[in-house]
Design a protein around this ligand. Structure first.
Ligand SMILES: Cc1cc2nc3c(=O)[nH]c(=O)nc-3n(C[C@H](O)[C@H](O)[C@H](O)COP(=O)(O)OP(=O)(O)OC[C@H]3O[C@@H](n4cnc5c(N)ncnc54)[C@H](O)[C@@H]3O)c2cc1C
Length: 380
């Protein structure tokens, strides 16, 4: 079959590779001048540092098949995400752990003592939390909430934590030991030569052609037997019902002669600091040696029509509009919607790869059984 895949990010690349290996012809287009979608990495012209162009990307998974898959296409080196935060002119360790608690409160508590101490500060008057704020106060009390959640969340989401659902904080967001590894997953790492080289290797198959700087046009789907769409779900329908809300990011680049902050990611919890974090990209490749440094100050705001959509908002308004688009999509023949934009969900890279492999497999099974291909082969 002639398959058209819109988007040369992880979704398009993994599905394309799977189907090309099954003997189909895959044409992958992307409107950007590069492959890799939001995982795109490239060396900075000035400093030679490997840049995570659309924000920091750390690979982590518990899925052995996904881990084997990425290791088939790239050499992964060990990498642990250890984030710091600056609050009130002091630096603390994240996620909140025993070191954070002891430093913040000027104590030397052991794990059980810290657990009792945090429980004593929690707001027990809140029994049925509705908002993110109530949930955080119920878990950790006002001091930790104000320092580590309130300002950062306001900047990140552009609204008060009172207007966000409690479900965002499902569990007690505190560790009562000194583990400061951001992720719990068994497999964690960073591709030595960046994600774009890995995705280039995935795309390197005789059954795949890639066209960059190429926007989708409806006549392209007429030339194809099936389309996989990893662009925005509402964009496929020309935003006819309105736009699904996204947060976008602005990156303010600056260079430094030396080591600017001593770590890859420094959050800024204070509301008075307008950016959410600074990423220093050379620390994503600790096996490389660079004297000069390049950093991004990261600002979050509501995405306008011309901005890159980063994080789906998925609040009440968006959920209602999403339902309307999902209905429209399910009535569309010959197109399957995939990936973070096509299904309007935040997806980590490992989940994107897992869903892409499953989608391609289900597509082949439907074909074999002579069944119509649905608009969604994964949850949307
Ligand atoms: C700031 C940020 C940080 C992240 N950090 C991590 C992390 O640390 N670890 C992790 O596992 N995951 C992380 N992720 C998630 C990761 O970026 C996604 O899992 C991944 O990018 C999803 O790939 P995709 O192919 O579905 O989407 P995308 O990467 O968005 O690719 C979609 C592609 O479609 C193209 N396109 C759209 N519309 C059209 C059109 N009309 N015509 C042609 N082309 C079109 C776009 O140009 C884009 O290249 C992060 C995401 C963000 C936003």
């Amino acid at each position: 079959m002639q398959i058209l895949l819109v988007g040369a990010g992880l979704s398009g690349a993994v599905i394309g590779r799977f189907l090309a290996e099954a003997g189909h012809q895959c044409r992958i287009i992307d409107r950007r001048p590069h492959i890799g979608g939001n995982c795109h990495t490239r060396r900075d012209d000035e400093t030679g540092v490997m840049m995570h162009v659309y924000g920091p990307h750390i690979f982590h998974t518990d899925d052995r098949q996904v881990w084997d898959y990425v290791n088939r296409f790239a050499e992964f080196l060990p990498y642990r995400n250890r984030v710091k935060t600056t609050v009130g002119n002091k630096v603390f360790s994240l996620p909140i752990n025993l070191l954070t608690i002891n430093q913040f409160f000027g104590k030397a508590l052991r794990p059980d003592e810290a657990r009792d101490f945090i429980a004593s500060r929690a707001d027990h008057s809140i029994t049925d939390p509705v908002s993110f704020e109530e949930q955080a106060l119920r878990f950790v009390g006002a001091d930790l909430y104000e320092a580590f959640f309130k300002g950062y969340t306001e900047k990140q989401w552009g609204c008060s934590p009172r207007d966000l659902p409690a479900s965002i904080l499902k569990r007690l967001p505190v560790r009562f030991n000194y583990d400061d590894n951001y992720f719990f997953h068994r497999y964690q790492g960073m591709p030595r030569q960046g994600y774009t080289q890995m995705i280039q290797a995935i795309l390197d198959h005789p059954g795949i052609t890639v066209e960059l700087n190429t926007d989708f046009s409806p006549d392209m789907s007429r030339q194809a037997d099936h389309v996989f769409w990893s662009g925005p779900l509402d964009g496929f329908f020309d935003y006819r019902l309105g736009r699904l809300g996204y947060r976008t990011l602005d990156f303010e680049r600056f260079t430094y002669d030396g080591d600017y902050q001593g770590c890859a990611v420094m959050n800024y919890g204070d509301r008075a600091v307008p950016y959410t974090r600074i990423t220093e990209h050379k620390h994503f490749s600790p096996w490389e040696d660079h004297r000069h440094s390049v950093c991004y100050r990261e600002y979050s705001r509501a995405a306008g029509p011309d901005d890159i959509p980063y994080y789906p908002i998925r609040l009440v308004r968006e959920k209602a509009l999403l339902e309307e688009y999902l209905t429209k999509a399910r009535q569309t023949r010959g197109v399957t919607f995939v990936g973070r934009l096509g299904t309007y969900r935040y997806l980590d890279m490992d989940v994107t790869i897992r869903e892409s492999m499953d989608t391609a497999q289900m597509f082949l099974t439907h074909l074999k059984n002579g069944k119509a291909i649905p608009a969604f082969l994964t949850d949307a």
